[in-house]
Design a protein around this ligand. Structure first.
Ligand code: PRP
Length: 205
């Protein structure tokens, strides 16, 4: 039995589609249920940012999560495979009329990705004051709570419709298959078997 943590939403659906393709049967959560048992798999439906936590604590053997979340958490996990779904970028954004000024002694940054933001600005030797938010990050510069934001850009529509522009891309992200280090040893055969099947299924897409 392998337990798999999936992030609620589109990535969970797309991952289950891959399983349907591999095993030629239906994999779908019932209504509001958070656990799905099918064949030798138990799927858990969790919040995107919580996937690495479930895998770290071995509540799940493996999981699917964005590289952005993985980089932010910096947990000691096995990064198995880029599933090439859920592509997005982590970008710096600011108001259309503003200019990115590297010479400012200190810059105020609103973000839900504190570690990625802190690392990026320290690598540029810019003193950044990080303001942690949990969502609707694009609002912060509009009410002058910050100079810039560090946030996910997928289509770019949210920034565009709120009069913001991308000034720099910090990283590209997509959903990765991750594993708990102990599970990767104790269930190596099962996990590698599944890894092979998923690799083949996504290369055929
Ligand atoms: C993300 C991100 C942006 C939006 C970008 O938020 O924080 O707000 O998506 O998408 P776009 O470029 O296609 O417009 P998400 O929907 O994950 O919600 P959250 O802010 O609650 O995390």
């Amino acid at each position: 039995m392998i337990t798999i943590a999936l992030p609620k939403g589109r990535i969970a659906k797309e991952t289950l589609d891959i399983f349907e393709k591999i095993f030629d049967k239906k994999f779908a959560f019932e209504d509001r249920k958070l656990i799905l048992k099918e064949d030798d798999f138990t799927f858990l439906l969790v919040r995107n940012q919580d996937v690495p936590t479930y895998v770290l604590h071995q509540a799940a053997d493996i999981g699917v999560v964005g590289l952005d979340v993985l980089s932010e958490k910096e947990f000691d996990l096995v990064d198995l495979l880029d599933l090439k779904i859920g592509r997005c970028k982590v970008c710096i954004g600011m108001k259309n009329e503003d200019e990115f000024n590297f010479d400012k002694p200190s810059i105020k940054v609103a973000t839900k990705m504190e570690n990625i933001a802190r690392k990026y600005f320290s690598s540029k030797a810019i003193a950044a004051k990080i303001i942690k938010l949990y969502g609707s990050i694009e609002l912060a510069p509009l009410v002058d709570m910050c100079d810039v934001i560090v946030d996910i850009v997928e289509t770019g529509e949210t920034m565009k419709q709120n009069g913001l522009k991308v000034v720099e891309t910090i990283m590209d992200s997509s959903a990765h298959l991750i594993a708990n280090k102990n599970s990767f040893i104790s269930k190596k055969v099962e996990i590698l078997n599944l890894y092979e099947k998923i690799s083949k299924a996504i290369s055929d897409l």
